[in-house]
Write a protein that binds this ligand. Structure first.
Ligand code: BES
Ligand code: ZN
Length: 457
């Protein structure tokens, strides 16, 4: 292990250069104009894997390519798949970035660029750990496959198909991924649960065209108003979601789990200051950590209606629409939840308008038993890498493919996040701390060792 770790140390500056090169691709999966950039990014990471001695292939799909890279396989060794995604969220609003999102800038030991933390830096750390084994001729404890997709930020539809079609090729003992966070560098953590997500859109149609609000106002309903009234009824003032049946399948937090979550460091005042909000809001009866990770939520992601230009315009808009997402927890089912939501909205919608409800992407929540031998092995590795006692974490974000991997390949995923709370994922000025990059490589090298041992038993 010493040889591997000193290789990582000695080559760190080059790794940072390579990381910056990777960040230059605007691999925005949601935007058609970046389709080619996204494909080039896939080629770059595949070639990078080839250069360090992996057998890498780019698989074309109906959307963005999937990269698979294998270490030279040895019989009788356990196999670990390391998951990551090279696609990134749209960088907009550009004017809020201190430097352009695809021109990585290093300041105070941090790399600023879209995708630095979510997720290029995190999976590159794993690739570098494997490079260290291969280049310093230390035998790898397991056969390793990197599975790096380009559609995580848009729902992983093509990877889901790929999993179903390539079950045999992807047969493995466990999956490992870093696409999530830890409370701080002093608080390494193993994430044993992710929330699911269900997205939808609601459109409210009134008159066939915008109307003069003076001539018609009073006798015709206003779609914007109706939309707001519907949305406002979906959650009460205590943060409870007002949809019959919504909580039926929610797994209750046990007192043991609540105690464990309470051990995660959290300072409400600092959190408020960091977000620049006057007061927090959440479901009554739960701590902010529980609200963010172990309880379901409804969020409005965007609302559109009527006149948004300069000055005023006296109209009754013809249409109003909103995009919503629900975060789900075990054992809620994404399809069942959207059915309940649709049924309820149709029921409370007044007869003065017509509504259209459209399903969006979705993914089921994920949870694994943190007492399993593999989790224990991962905790040992985290302790060794960070020199600190790791905490058990649940995450509020979603990585739907992790649940699909469990369902289709039948294996658990060890989630060892490297992102920090202030990394600005999905926001302007996203960054990745180079200390996370460095410790991530070390963590990966040790995790491979520990998981390899645990799997051989
Ligand atoms: N890396 C995140 C998910 C995440 C963030 C997990 C923080 C745990 C902690 C991932 O790239 C992501 O943003 N996922 C989307 C999924 C959606 C588009 C289907 C999300 O959670 O919104
Ligand atoms: Zn993301």
């Amino acid at each position: 292990m010493e040889t591997v770790l000193s290789y990582l140390k000695n080559n760190f500056n080059r790794f940072v250069d390579e990381f910056c090169e990777y960040l230059r691709f605007p691999s925005v999966s949601a935007q058609k104009e970046h389709k080619e950039d996204t494909a080039k990014c896939a080629d770059w990471i595949a070639n990078h894997c080839k250069n360090i001695g992996l057998d890498a292939r780019v698989y074309k799909t109906n959307n963005h390519p999937i990269v698979i890279a294998n270490t030279p396989f040895k019989d009788n060794k356990p196999r670990i798949i390391i998951y990551g995604h090279y696609d990134v969220q749209p960088p907009e609003p550009l004017e809020l970035w201190a430097s352009p999102p695809f021109s990585p800038r290093i300041a105070d030991g941090k790399v600023y660029a879209r995708g630095a933390s979510d997720n290029k830096g995190q999976h590159l750390a794993h690739i570098k750990a494997v490079e260290a084994y291969l280049k310093s001729n230390v035998e790898l404890p397991c056969n390793i496959t990197f599975l790096i997709e380009g559609e995580e930020e848009v729902g992983s539809a093509e990877l889901l198909k790929f999993l179903k079609e390539n079950k045999k090729m992807l047969k493995c003992d466990v999956v490992m991924a870093s696409d999530n966070g830890i409370p701080g560098l002093d608080y390494p953590g193993l994430t044993y649960a992710l929330r699911g997500v269900a997205a939808m859109e609601i459109k409210v149609y009134g008159p066939s065209r915008d109307l003069h609000s003076g001539i018609y106002g009073g006798a015709v309903d206003n779609p914007s108003m109706v939309l707001c009234q519907i949305l406002a009824q979906l959650r009460d003032k205590n943060g409870k979601i007002n949809i019959p049946g919504f909580y039926d399948d929610v797994r209750k937090l046990t007192s043991v789990e609540r105690k464990s979550l309470a051990r995660i460091p959290f300072n409400e005042r600092e959190f408020k200051r960091f977000l620049e909000v006057p007061k927090l809001f959440g479901e009554r009866g739960y701590s902010p950590i529980e609200q963010r990770t172990a309880r379901p939520t409804i969020e409005i992601n965007g609302i559109t209606s009527g006149y948004q230009g300069e000055g005023s315009k006296t109209i009754i808009p013809s249409v109003a629409s909103a995009k919503l997402t629900f975060r789900l927890v075990p054992d809620q089912d994404k399809d069942k939840i959207l059915d309940l939501v649709f049924k309820h909205i149709k029921k409370i919608c007044p007869p003065t308008v017509r509504i259209e409800l459209i399903k969006g992407h979705s993914g089921d929540p994920y949870i694994l038993n943190p007492d399993s031998p593999l989790c224990k092995a991962a905790l040992t590795a985290l302790k060794k890498a960070f020199n600190r006692e790791p905490v058990l974490l649940r995450e509020g974000g979603s990585i739907p493919i992790i649940t699909d991997i469990k369902r289709i390949l039948g294996v658990d995923t060890i989630l060892a996040g490297l992102a920090l709370p202030d990394d600005n994922a999905h926001s302007p000025n996203e960054k990745f701390d180079l200390r996370c990059f460095e410790i991530g490589m070390k963590m990966s090298a040790i995790l491979l060792q520990e998981l390899g041992c645990a799997l051989k038993k």
